[in-house]
Structures are given as structure tokens and as C-alpha cells.
Design a protein around this ligand. Sequence first.
Ligand SMILES: Nc1ncnc2c1ncn2[C@@H]1O[C@H](COP(=O)(O)OP(=O)(O)OP(=O)(O)O)[C@@H](O)[C@H]1O
Length: 235
Amino acid sequence: MPDIVFRTEGVTKVYDTGELKVHALAGVDLELFAGELAVLLGPSGSGKSTLLNILGGLDHATDGRVWFRDLELTKLGDRGLTQYRRDHVGFVFQFYNLVPSLTARENVQLVTDVAVNPMRPEEALEQVGLTARMDHFPAELSGGEQQRVAIARAIAKRPEVLLCDEPTGALDSKTGVQVLEALKDINERLGTTTAVITHNASIRKMAHRVIYFQDGRIARVDVNEHQISPSEISW
Ligand SMILES: Nc1ncnc2c1ncn2[C@@H]1O[C@H](COP(=O)(O)OP(=O)(O)OP(=O)(O)O)[C@@H](O)[C@H]1O
């Protein structure tokens, strides 16, 4: 039996913007397994970010149920979700959201200063291959390096899950591959369950499983028997 980290049952999400109701998720049943690297693919507007935000406790489902291990997220209020995010979830977004006036090390330290059992900032930056750049400011780093600082910041609190929304969306192929290598390394070395949303179909080749979205539903799940290394991916 696989060790299940996330389970969703009939999750729906309706955004009510007054005149218009947008059905972003229309009944999603999904399991994510401990230690896997799952890639979420699908057309723009198919609901990928909405689901990731619900799994990460950034948003509430309209209906249905979501569990992280034994914790039912759909029973939690805002305070419970904040605690859940703080204790268990690392996020990586398309834009790195680093503090420009702080060095790489200090950006990571913002998290390690308040986490319960964090790595040292130096250790987190070493995990993403940035030991030599720890005292650089974001403006002195390439886009890929800045994203790796953001990944170091996300993993420094040793989260059980890492949720990534278009982590290479702003990067060219070469720097994007370095970011994917950092994610793969963390998944393998730390065993962090990782979900990656992307528009880039070639990234699916490094995943254990590929989850295809269509119109707010999961259209298909493929198991990838032979994952290739990010260095063999280009776009
Ligand atoms: N805050 C919001 N208010 C209203 N509608 C929203 C909101 N957020 C998302 N939507 C709508 O919900 C649907 C699903 O959006 P979502 O961002 O989850 O899709 P996605 O698959 O991640 O798309 P993309 O690949 O473009 O990021 C879309 O129709 C989108 O316009």
C-alpha cells in the first residue's frame, strides 16, 4: 500500500465574482504519495493552481474533502490552515519573492529564525548548490539562482511537502534545468513529497507520476516507469 500524504474527495471550487460563477474545480479525487515527485499538467485555466492552493492551505475548497495525512484540511479555519502551512508546507512560485535588501543567506534566515526544527541557512543553500553565492544580494544573482534561493528558503524548515507553481516559468531552458535539478535532488535526498505545476510538457519526463487536468477535473494520471534526469530535458 502506498503511503498517502494528500487525499482529496470530490473537491470543487467555485469562484463567485458577483455576476459570474467560475467553476475552477469540478470534483477532484486525487492521492499524492509520500516521497513522490508529481507533475501537474493541463491547459491554462484547468484548475491546477486552484488545487495546489487548496492542498497548501492557501485557499478553501467550496465542497469536498481534503486530508493531509490524518489532518482534514477542509475542517480547518484560517488559523488552523496557517499553522498547517507553517509546520508542513514549502512553496515555490514562478516569481521568487526574495527580499532585495537581504543576501541569499539572510533571505533563508527569515524562515529559519521562526521554524521549529530548521536546517541552518548554509545547509539549505548547499542543498541547492549555492554555497558560493550565500552572501550575494538577489540583484547579483541570475534568475535561476534566485529561484534556487527561493527553494532553499522553502525547504529550510524541512517541510514534508513542497508545492511548486510554475517554478521554471520565468526561466530559460539552461537555468530552468538547474532549478529542476535542485528540486529532483531535494526530492531524492530529503524525500520531500513534491508537486510541480508546469505548462512545459517536457518536464513530465522527470516525474514519478503525471497528473493531467482538463476543465477542473483530473483527466488522466500516468505513471512514469523511467524518469529521466533534468539535464536531459530542454525546451
Ligand atoms: N481568484 C479568482 N477569482 C475568480 N476566478 C478565478 C480566481 N482564481 C482562478 N480563477 C479561475 O479559475 C479557473 C482555474 O484557474 P487556475 O489558476 O486554477 O488554472 P490553472 O490550470 O492553474 O491555469 P494556469 O496554467 O493559467 O495558471 C480559471 O478559469 C480562472 O480564471
